[in-house]
Design a protein around this ligand. Structure first.
Ligand SMILES: [Zn+2]
Length: 468
């Protein structure tokens, strides 16, 4: 195993250039590349073109936009001059953004602003800061060593925030843009600003529609109240059946093995971090963990959220018993749980003894996504730990994600036999997808250094990483 003779110098250069790397990040963050809004389609395109041109200038070969009808473009590039005895590392990130809710932002979401040790902007950490931390490392590799120590492919997607609807088509249409020996998928979170995270599980997602019907028309509540069912009441009674006394999903819980349970106990989520990250108001506490851990509750057990209802609203008050009431329940699945298993568990609880005798219907409706449970093993992960030791002073800690990330499930399904290193620059107070999203500048600095060392460590493994 031989390391690149200049790796420390490259790390030093990347560190000394971090102000320029931050400027580059800010220049990207000023473009509101919100993929879910048609009005911003030109911004996604404009940003993709800018990134393509700038990585071409940096030294990448074949910087290009992958395009498909109706899809936002995906930026691709490569550099394959490290030699056939060196592995090819694919780096994935995404340049598109979640929408913003201007009323809740303290600063303009598209004007990156440093306050204290954080950079505030939509996309600062999810995910622009993630892949730009690779760019910061690669710029230094190109400048000092003529290129990275391993072969490299770059994929920067333009529609992750709308669920990567075309990513598999891109994989099918451009297999060589993805073919690699190791994948570094950078769009995940660290447990804290001091502890780097390696994501190894995701929860799945199942949306169901629950409907209570009792009447063929709305009727006067003064005339009929007390003699016929109120579907709104029945619907809420049914929904509360899903919850335990602590207010947590009680249906479909899974057995988590002892090793994962123990790992979960070792990951400390301070109440203060939960309070800040989840925006808890004074006087309201996180749910009690009981005999499990916060990690288990957030990553490995199912949860449920009411995300939409047809219940009467404050604006549409009327003195009537309504004919029908529905709710969309968003159910997060345990990583290894299937949608069918959860649906069966829900049916057992919701379709028996209907409250007030109403008619109850339950069906999958809306979004769904697979969970993912991965066992990292092999030299690539030991290499990653060594890189993180150098940059963060500690190895990666295995973490889960409570959400569903379609691109991860897709990479897992298509490339699950490769080492998949899921890292990122988010931390528990980043507020990805919410107001005042921010990137911790200390994490950004360590991420750049970790990326410099990661490429060297993977390169040093040489042909042992090269598959087939
Ligand atoms: Zn993301």
């Amino acid at each position: 195993m031989s390391h690149h003779p200049q790796v420390d110098a490259v790390a030093a250069l990347a560190d000394s250039q971090r102000a320029e790397t931050l400027d580059l990040l800010c220049s990207y963050l000023r473009i509101p590349a919100i993929s879910c809004l048609e009005a911003h389609r030109p911004d996604v395109e404009r940003l993709a073109v800018k990134v393509r041109d700038e990585i071409a200038d940096m030294g990448f070969d074949n910087a290009r936009l992958l395009e498909l009808p109706g899809a936002h473009p995906c930026v691709a590039a490569e550099w394959l001059h490290a030699g056939s005895d060196k592995p090819t590392v694919l780096i994935y990130g995404h340049l598109d953004l979640q929408p913003v809710e201007p009323e809740n932002w303290r600063t303009d979401p598209h004007t990156p602003t440093v306050v204290g040790d954080r950079l505030y902007a939509r996309g600062a950490a999810d995910d622009m800061g993630g892949w730009v931390s690779h760019i910061g490392a690669l710029r230094a590799w190109f400048a000092l060593a003529g290129g990275p120590p391993c072969n490299l492919k770059l994929i920067i997607e333009g529609e992750e925030e709308i669920g990567s609807p075309n990513l598999e088509r891109f994989m099918d249409a451009h297999p060589s843009a993805f073919a690699s020996d190791v994948m570094v998928l950078t769009d995940c979170e660290n447990p804290s600003t001091e502890i780097p995270g390696l994501t190894v599980s995701l929860r799945g997602l199942l949306e169901v529609k629950l409907t209570c019907s009792a009447l063929s028309a709305d009727v006067h509540s003064g005339l009929w109240g007390g003699m016929v069912p109120d579907v709104s009441m029945a619907l809420t009674q049914l929904i509360t059946r899903l919850s335990d006394a602590d207010g947590r999903m009680a249906v479909g819980r899974v057995e988590v093995d002892e090793a994962r349970k123990a790992a979960g106990q070792n990951i400390v989520f301070a109440d203060a971090v939960i309070r800040e990250g989840a925006h808890l108001i004074d006087g309201v506490d996180p749910l009690p963990v009981r005999d499990r851990s916060a990690a288990e509750w957030m990553w490995w057990q199912p949860s449920v959220t009411v995300v939409a209802t047809t219940l009467p609203t404050l604006e549409r008050k009327k003195n009537a018993l309504r004919r029908e009431a529905s709710a969309i329940l968003s159910v997060r699945l345990a990583p290894e749980q299937t949608a069918d298993e959860m649906l069966a568990a829900l049916r057992e609880v919701l379709l028996v003894q209907p409250p007030a005798g109403v008619d109850v219907a339950l069906a999958a409706d809306g979004w769904s996504g697979e969970g993912w449970l991965y066992t990292p093993k092999g030299p690539a992960f030991e290499a990653a730990d060594r890189a993180y030791e150098k940059a963060w002073g500690r190895p990666l800690v295995q973490v889960g994600v409570g959400g569903s990330i379609p691109f991860v499930a897709l990479f897992g399904r298509r490339f699950g036999d490769l080492p998949l290193i899921l890292n990122g620059v988010m931390d528990p107070v980043t507020t990805a997808h919410g107001p005042n999203e921010s990137l911790h500048l200390g994490i950004f600095r360590k991420a750049i250094a970790a990326n410099v060392y990661l490429l060297d460590e993977l390169a040093a493994l040489g042909s042992t990483l090269i598959s087939g």
